[in-house]
Design a protein around this ligand. Structure first.
Ligand code: NAD
Ligand code: ZN
Length: 360
């Protein structure tokens, strides 16, 4: 057995208002006055002075606003990198991502591609990155994905949706300021929060489970239950706890894997562009057979918060489209093996998967 030597985020600040310390945290990392910091910021914050006035810009530093409407693409990473190189000829001091999983993943990918030749699609997979990334900082503004702590950046490329998994992917610095999540819409709060809940269930019931993953998964699950099922939490407590749930959920899957919901929702995402959080919810709702307790509790949370999920998103698809989703999904072998064991191919046949997609 060869055990993985896992890189972790080496520095993290936690606390409401800790975003105010951004300047003191990053200034020592400035390479020169000609090498700017580039802030990749979710465009939901454009014109929001409460947040943007605290972004410490000096010299040639720049904010690039990015829409989180679509999930990150390899081509988008390539054009951002090109734009940054053209305007920062003497190098980049750092990339700072401020937003949800979409922006955090873009920040990680851009930081990697600034120091590695070729195109982002060449690095989708495991351990293909050769050179350390530019200094990069993650500042989540919505909680659940665990992207702030993970060793991957999930990108949709021309051939597949797959992460750049590497030792150089994790952030050098993370700022966890739960106050930044206060403006998140309720439905989105639920979808992204459930990503964390689903990470816990998939990790804790998986065949890859070990004491490392279990310890993080159990804490994350306990926090999710408090946030989504208890009535007596204040907004402040709820924001603080969900941010820590996301962190622990991400740590839990680091040393194990996700499972059936993620494997199926990657197919939806690739073909239909269904976003990660809502896609996982749509899928998980139909997975009683695989996660009876987890799905029962999910339905309870959905009811408590009056969440209605889209139905019939696969209704209009023909066989060739189902084949595309099935191919993407079944190619994610480690996820299926974690969920169903070594004999997973006998359990999750193409026909069985198609019937599941048809229900969605
Ligand atoms: P997101 O980043 O797509 O954002 C969802 C919505 O919330 C957007 O409309 C965004 O503008 C809005 N939003 C974010 N912060 C807000 C705030 N404070 N106030 C108001 N609105 C706000 O959502 P997400 O669910 O965090 O991320 C999904 C992405 O994360 C997917 O691309 C998925 O592939 C990726 N992901 C990555 C990992 C990883 O380990 N790298 C893990 C899971 C998911
Ligand atoms: Zn997820």
């Amino acid at each position: 057995m060869n055990y993985k030597n896992f890189p972790m985020v080496p520095r993290v600040v936690f606390g409401r208002g800790s975003f105010n310390q951004l300047n003191e945290l990053i200034s020592p990392k400035r390479l020169s006055i000609n090498a700017p910091f580039i802030f990749l910021v979710d465009d939901v914050f454009r014109g929001n002075a409460w947040l943007t006035s605290r972004i410490p810009l000096a010299y040639d530093d720049r904010v690039i606003y990015i829409s989180a409407k679509d999930e990150p693409k390899t081509s988008q990473v390539d054009s951002l990198v090109e734009e940054i190189i053209l305007t920062s000829r003497q190098g980049t001091s750092g990339i700072i991502g401020i937003g949800g999983g979409t922006i955090l993943d873009l920040a990680k990918a851009v930081a990697i591609m600034l120091t590695n030749e070729g195109e982002a699609k060449d690095y989708q997979g495991w351990d293909l990155v050769k050179n350390p990334a530019v200094y990069h900082v993650g500042i989540p503004t919505i909680s659940g994905t665990g992207a702030e702590v993970s060793r991957t950046t999930v990108l949709t490329g021309p051939d597949m949706k797959l992460g750049i998994n590497s030792d150089f992917t994790p952030f050098d610095q993370v700022i966890l300021d739960p106050e930044l999540t206060k403006g998140v819409q309720k439905n989105q709060w639920f979808y992204t929060g459930m990503d964390c809940y689903i990470h816990c269930i998939e990790s804790l019931t998986g065949t890859y489970l070990n004491a490392f993953s279990q310890s993080y998964g159990e804490i994350a699950l306990q926090l999710c239950k408090q946030v989504f099922l208890e009535d007596n939490l204040s907004d402040v407590d709820s924001q603080d706890k969900l941010m820590m749930a996301s962190w622990h959920g991400g740590m839990s899957i680091a040393y194990s894997q996700v499972g059936v919901a993620h494997a199926i929702s990657y197919g939806l995402s690739y073909l239909l562009g269904t976003k990660h959080g809502i896609g996982n919810c749509i899928v998980f709702d139909h997975l009683e057979e695989f996660y009876p307790e987890g799905v029962a509790l999910f339905k309870e949370m959905k009811k408590k918060h009056d969440i209605y999920l889209p139905k019939g998103i696969c209704a209009h698809l023909d066989d060739s489209k189902f084949d595309i989703m099935i191919n993407i999904s079944l190619s994610l072998e480690p996820l299926w093996e974690n969920a169903l064991g070594k004999g997973w191919k006998k359990i999750m046949t193409r026909e069985k998967l198609k019937q599941l997609y048809k229900k969605m």
